[in-house]
Design a protein around this ligand. Structure first.
Ligand code: PEP
Ligand code: MG
Length: 822
């Protein structure tokens, strides 16, 4: 007897279909189900291994009919087939019939002794009674294939659009083909190519279809006729492109007229002039490994691909022209290409490769295929695949950074840079940075500011048509970039550069016009910028971002190595304070060697203190290093991203454990070391009074506070207008924190980027902030700004700003106040 397998995302749905069917035919027909996944939180999904088991359970030797619900159910079923022995596979059929009606019709037929072909035919015609009852003419099915009984439809036609089936037309073709359940084979008759899968963009592109080529499309399946008709319409309307507006992809990038400027996001101030150097990433070195648990490797890969797809969608949205945006959208099709996934599935489940190895093998093989083609256009597409491959590999390996090595000075043009990539840039060689994505609040932008590299982000494709080596100028204060700037522009920019360089001599001490002292500390990430900070007039370090000691190395730094760096930095400031923030990774600063699974929302994931508490080994090593360095120095310790009292107390408890260990080892450290926390999560603001009773100090991280208050990812240029630190809601959060702290005499600093904004500084002073920690390069301007206001003036500014309606109103108001005193 023929067996039936129901494949569904929902276990309940599959069980109900089986129950309903048994109501009709009793339990004589073997109906097995493969539904849902082993995840109590999110049980919906399909699992090829469950499908395999169900086939084995339903197979009585006379064939098995599989009915599936949607999308990945079909993929899981196809995949299960690959694991079957050839003999059994030959008697298993996937059927596109509707789940409920199909199951009942097939089961009824089977119960009367029908063979597999008849059961399939019955399932396929299961909608006819319903259609008749509703008075709907059932669609006349295409003629069936004589051998298999499946409907087929074929077509030969000439491709007339100017560039043939290049990237965008191929994407449209695949998008349409994928809407149908029929299989679709395409042949390029000019080249007498083999038939390829019309739902695979990789294979379709390799057909090399040019203008005037005749192609054959053959569809097989219930909706074959409709599929062929839809594809015919697409080709006959020249893929919706007038030839005039379809330039070759390689030349479709917008060009900027010589001397004209383009606008991006001002991310790091300063002026730069130099040749454009495009950065082409290469596949990172990753550790390929075999894996024990194919399912978890498969899931890991799916998550990484999802992340990559999201990034690509963000890039597509950032493009200025719909054409280039469409290219990025087309690239996303590679991520779901059946040809690619067939190999990957095989490698993971049969060959037992790990996710990284399987992905890399598939990309390497496809890139090689493209490179070996004789069409130069197609050869060039291998770099698209490479790019896509890198994106997923980065997501898989925790965004392992790429070493950027430029020999001659120039202005870097790149997609997006991770913070660890920016951290290793040499400002003597990288004169400026232009990025297509990114936003001024990202850690990458903050680091570029710390390094003093003028940067414009979020340029989309505006510089895509500019050749490498072309002279460009950028102004990181305004976010403008000029291609081949004329003499006047150069002169203006050179003058501006001189003014900003001369600002670097800082007056001291820092006080308001009426004499209130404000302490200016520096945000640093290592010894060189600590030195720069001291030379710029910083009175200590208010935020040492320690994560940069952990990047770009295979293992975390040891206790003594860390202690030495902390000592070196604290010694630069002698008996002035150095606030060491414990490791804040996660979010846009992943650490490859932690090998954490990719997350859907990394900023809402295992970041900062959560990760430290999850990895007490890592945390305690750092705490011991900080304690050891604290001996005889003004070192303080600060925890990042604290949201709950429980986190704070757990971190403090671990610090106490580290102290006890050092006591046991008879090591010297500062027993009274001050311990504080970043206030950068709304939950911490809400209970700032409770925290204030337990901490030695607060430091407000306005960068994260803004992203979390306004629910706007600090790295996403699409939402950067929403992530505005001057929103009255964020300012009120600062006020609430200072009030809670002031009530019990706990000092509050601000170490977010707001502290580097001279126009905003009177507002902070007016809110009662007496300590600012900022980019060393902004110290001179901030000192000067503070000196222009008296405390009552600053308080009046703060009081007004808190009552305004919007960030824009606050910005205008602050500018007004600032110029009024100029
Ligand atoms: C902040 O969030 O404001 C902050 C100073 O920390 P980071 O920018 O390193 O997240
Ligand atoms: Mg932060």
């Amino acid at each position: 007897m023929v067996g039936i397998v129901i494949v569904s995302h929902s276990e309940k749905l599959a069980a109900a279909v089986r129950e309903l069917t048994r109501q009709m035919v009793g339990s004589a027909v073997e109906i097995a189900i493969a539904a849902g996944i082993d995840d109590p939180e999110n049980p919906f999904g399909t699992d090829p291994m469950r499908v395999l088991a169900a086939i084995e359970a339903a197979d009585r030797g006379e064939g098995v009919l599989l009915l599936m619900d949607l999308g990945s159910a079909v993929m899981s079923a196809e995949m299960a087939l690959e694991f079957l022995e050839a003999d059994r596979r030959s008697r298993v059929q996937l059927c596109e019939a509707p789940l409920v009606e199909g199951a009942i019709a097939a089961a009824v037929a089977v119960s009367t002794g029908a063979n597999l072909d008849r059961a399939i035919a019955e399932a396929r015609s299961a909608l006819t009674p319903k259609a008749c009852q509703l008075g709907i003419e059932p669609a006349s099915p295409p003629a069936p294939n004589a051998a298999t009984g499946e409907p087929t439809s074929q077509l030969r036609l000439t491709v007339c659009n100017r560039l043939g089936i290049h990237a965008r037309p191929a994407a449209l073709f695949v998008q349409i083909a994928s809407q149908f359940t029929a299989s679709i084979a395409v042949t390029n008759l000019r080249r007498s190519s083999e038939a390829i899968d019309g739902k695979s963009i990789i294979q379709l592109m390799t057909l090399g279809v040019r203008q005037g080529d005749e192609i054959a499309i053959a569809a097989r399946g219930i909706d074959a006729g409709n599929a062929v008709q839809a594809l015919k319409e697409l080709i006959q309307c020249n893929f919706h492109e007038g030839d005039a507006d379809v330039p070759e992809v390689a030349t479709s990038a917008p060009t900027v007229p010589t001397g004209e400027g383009v606008q991006g996001i001002a991310a790091s101030p300063g002026v730069a002039l130099g040749p454009l150097v495009r950065y082409h990433p290469v596949l990172p070195e990753v550790r390929e490994a075999m894996a024990e648990d194919p399912e978890s490797e498969w899931d890991t890969l799916q998550l990484a691909v999802q992340n990559a797809r999201r990034q690509m969608q963000m890039l597509a949205n950032a493009m200025s022209s719909p054409e280039t945006g469409a290219i990025f959208e087309a690239h996303q099709l590679y991520l779901q290409d059946p040809y690619l996934w067939k190999g990957i599935r095989h490698d993971i489940f049969v060959e037992k490769y790990g996710a990284i190895a399987a992905w890399k093998r598939a990309i390497d093989e496809t890139v090689r295929r493209y490179q070996n083609l004789d069409d130069p256009y197609l050869q060039a597409r291998s770099s698209d695949l490479n790019d896509i491959g890198i994106r997923v590999l980065r997501a898989l390996s925790g965004n392992s950074s790429v070493r950027l090595e430029l020999r001659d000075p120039g202005i870097l043009l790149t997609g997006d840079l991770t913070p660890s990539e920016v951290a290793q840039l040499d400002p003597k060689v990288i004169l400026g940075i232009c990025t297509t994505g990114g936003s001024a609040n990202s850690h990458s932008a903050i680091l570029a500011r710390n390094l003093g590299i003028p940067t414009v982000m979020g340029l989309g494709d505006r510089l895509a048509g500019v050749a490498d080596g072309t002279e460009i100028a950028l102004d990181g204060d305004t976010g403008e970039v000029w291609v081949e700037p004329d003499r006047d522009r150069r002169r203006t920019l050179a003058a501006k550069r001189q003014v900003s360089e001369s600002r670097a001599i800082a007056p001291s001490p820092t006080q308001t016009r009426d004499g209130r002292r404000v302490t200016l500390l520096a945000n640093v990430m290592g010894v060189p910028d600590a030195q720069l900070a001291r030379n710029s007039g910083a009175e200590g370090v208010g935020l040492l971002r320690t994560e940069f000691f952990y990047f770009d190395r295979p293992l975390p730094p040891g206790e003594e190595e860390q202690a030495q760096v902390y000592r070196a930095i604290a010694d630069i400031f002698k008996n002035r304070p150095t606030v060491i923030r414990t490791l804040d990774v996660g979010g846009d600063k992943p650490l490859p060697w932690l090998q954490l699974p990719p997350e859907n929302n990394p900023f809402l994931g295992l970041r900062g203190i959560r990760l430290l508490l999850d990895r007490p080994d890592l945390f305690k090593t750092q705490l011991r290093a900080i304690l050891k360095a604290s001996h005889g120095r003004q070192i303080k310790v600060m925890f990042p991203t604290v949201a709950t009292l429980a986190e704070w107390r757990a971190a403090k408890a671990l610090l106490d454990r580290a102290k006890a260990e050092l006591d046991g080892e008879d090591r010297a450290y500062n027993r009274a070391i001050a311990v504080g926390m970043m206030v950068e999560i709304p939950a911490a603001v809400a209970i700032a009074d409770r925290f204030a009773a337990e901490v030695d100090f607060f430091s407000i991280g306005t960068n994260d506070l803004t992203q979390y208050y306004l629910a706007a990812d600090r790295t996403n240029p699409q939402v950067s207008p929403f992530a505005n630190v001057l929103e009255p809601s964020v300012l009120r959060a600062i006020a609430q924190t200072t009030r809670a702290a002031g009530a019990v005499g706990v000092p509050v600093a601000v170490c977010g980027e707001l502290a580097s904004n001279p126009a905003a500084v009177p507002l902070l002073v007016g809110l009662g902030i007496a300590e600012l920690s900022l980019n060393p390069r902004a110290i001179a301007a901030v000192k000067a700004a503070i000196a222009r206001f008296s405390v009552p003036e600053a308080e009046a500014i703060a009081a007004t700003a808190l009552q305004l309606d919007s960030a824009e109103a606050v910005r205008n108001f602050l500018q007004q106040q600032f110029s009024a005193l100029s």
